[in-house]
Write a protein that binds this ligand. Sequence first.
Ligand SMILES: C[S@@+](CC[C@H](N)C(=O)[O-])C[C@H]1O[C@@H](n2cnc3c(N)ncnc32)[C@H](O)[C@@H]1O
Length: 245
Amino acid sequence: MEQELAEETETQEVTPDAELAAAIMKRHLRPSLIKSEAWEGYMFSDLEIKIKESTDCYGAVLWPSAMVLCHFLETNQENYNLVDKKVIEIGAGTGLVTIVCSLLGAKVTSTDLPDILGNLRYNCSRNTRGRCRYEPHVTELTWGQQLEERFPRASCRYDYLMAADVVYSHPYLNELMETFEHLCSEDTVIFWTMRFRMDPENRFVDRFRARFHLEELYDLPSLHIKLYRAQKKVSGSKSHSGAAA
Ligand SMILES: C[S@@+](CC[C@H](N)C(=O)[O-])C[C@H]1O[C@@H](n2cnc3c(N)ncnc32)[C@H](O)[C@@H]1O
């Protein structure tokens, strides 16, 4: 058991790549060419989710990592029941993960940089109003900044932290790590989809592994994406199996 814990990445039932990737990509609906407003459609929880994008910046585009995470959450509700759970999403972008978590019954705090929040709020409101137990709360979280002031550890305890495609060639990887560490208690379960691009940023996974128990849930080479489940390492702790479900 101790040996297992010391092992950094465990591979559990990695599903065949091509079939799974195709099932995930089918969630993206092709909108009709004639429409009054630009949006992309996605199908989760038997509902059509309309996402407004913009090509201005990374946060205004929906990335495949978000679809991978949403597919996992929707198809693993028995193992990870989000009803009434406290969830925080970092780098939420256009909001698909936040929306799907809300449709699955969670109380979600959805965060990103200030410039992203207008579109994120619009997408969240449009897709969750009247459809969810709890409408998501959208607020700024700039990685590494004012963490204790805005998200005090004593009162902000989350069952789950969601992160889709937050590691790429930006200069805030240390701040991102600090944010993961600040927001997670020993019970918080992280679901993180990592899109592998360039070596320098890919090494973030090894740094992350030094601080969190990391378990690989999906490996999708055709999309260059892995989905991890992670939990903070606690000194002296012997178990990391305490899912919040
Ligand atoms: C590649 S996008 C992924 C967006 C969304 N999670 C998805 O998968 O579609 C990365 C996200 O991280 C956010 N981000 C980048 N740097 C950030 C920072 N320093 N603090 C907070 N968010 C940041 C961006 O605004 C963007 O929404």
